[in-house]
Design a protein around this ligand. Structure first.
Ligand code: URA
Length: 281
């Protein structure tokens, strides 16, 4: 292996050992990280915490650390789409973060999912190309089961209703999600995109899930995803107001639950969570 100089184009840092894009170094953030897309959502998420401190804000990557109900927690915005999410997850993993919950917005492709509904995605179809640079298309993009279970538990405890299912992770908001491009630009194959995905049981479009899932699995980290629907592509509903609070709360609560479960695993000397472990049997 090639020795790295201090300043390296292969592993760029922004000085003082900080990861170049997120501008954070080891120990700056908690192991548990919520991942919104929009930097403005970082302080919104932090408004639910007992304490909140902004650690860095460089380009689309805004990072914060605090405590939520006594649990050390962080949030880092990823920006929109697979490419910037790859940067965030890679650099966060490099500084020691190992558990990620993507909290984002989504477009439903099932008629009964209304704007404002929550969706916990347990897997994603890899419609993007970023993860192809890491591993061939046959490799699955799936959420860590403990993180998905914690999200379900969080919604149940908080009384939030939710759907679960598979998302389609697109690298494009317009044509890649069967929306006309500028000037009505269209390709005939897009006619069937939504019906074909829906036929395969895929329930929503988003743009970051498969990168979070594939990279986390490859890196030995854990990732889950909860989204709020702001669009329904079957009914053509579009509503963006509200719901961010519920999404943030569900994400924070899931982190608290995961931290509790991680302690139980540690005390029991178990690597994996299973139902009777939680029942104390
Ligand atoms: N995010 C997406 O990727 N698509 C939508 O329709 C809404 C949010």
């Amino acid at each position: 292996m090639r020795a790295m100089s201090k300043e390296s184009a292969t592993s760029p840092t922004s000085g003082e050992g900080k990861q170049y894009h997120i501008d954070c170094s080891s120990g700056d953030l908690a192991r548990y990280v919520l991942l919104p897309g929009d930097p403005d959502r970082v302080p919104l998420i932090g408004s639910f915490w007992d304490s909140y401190e902004e650690v860095s804000y460089h380009r689309e990557f805004r990072s914060a650390r605090g405590t939520y109900k006594g649990v050390d927690i962080s949030a880092c915005s990823t920006g929109i789409g697979p490419a910037s999410t790859e940067i965030a997850i890679s650099e966060l993993a490099t500084i020691g973060c190992d558990t990620f919950i993507r909290v984002g917005t989504t477009g439903a492709i099932r008629e009964d999912i209304r704007c404002g509904d929550l969706i916990i995605n347990v897997a994603s179809a890899r419609l993007e190309g970023t993860t192809d640079d890491y591993v061939s298309k046959g490799y699955p993009a799936f959420a860590n089961y403990e993180v998905s279970l914690a999200l379900i538990e969080a919604c149940e405890r908080s009384g939030f209703s939710y759907h679960t299912g598979i998302s389609a992770s697109a690298s494009s908001f317009y044509c890649g999600q069967a929306r006309p491009g500028f000037g009505g630009y269209w390709q005939s194959r897009l006619d069937n995109l939504i019906p074909d995905l829906a036929k395969a049981g895929i329930i929503n479009f988003e743009m970051e899930g498969s990168v979070a899932f594939v990279l986390s699995t490859l890196f030995g980290c854990r990732a889950g995803m909860i989204c709020v629907a702001i669009a329904n592509r079957i009914t053509d509903e579009w509503r963006t107001e509200g719901a961010q609070e519920i999404l943030s709360q569900a994400g924070c609560e899931a982190i608290k639950i995961l931290a509790e479960w991680d302690k139980i695993k540690e005390r029991s000397g178990k690597r994996y969570l299973y139902p009777s472990l939680l029942l104390g049997e």
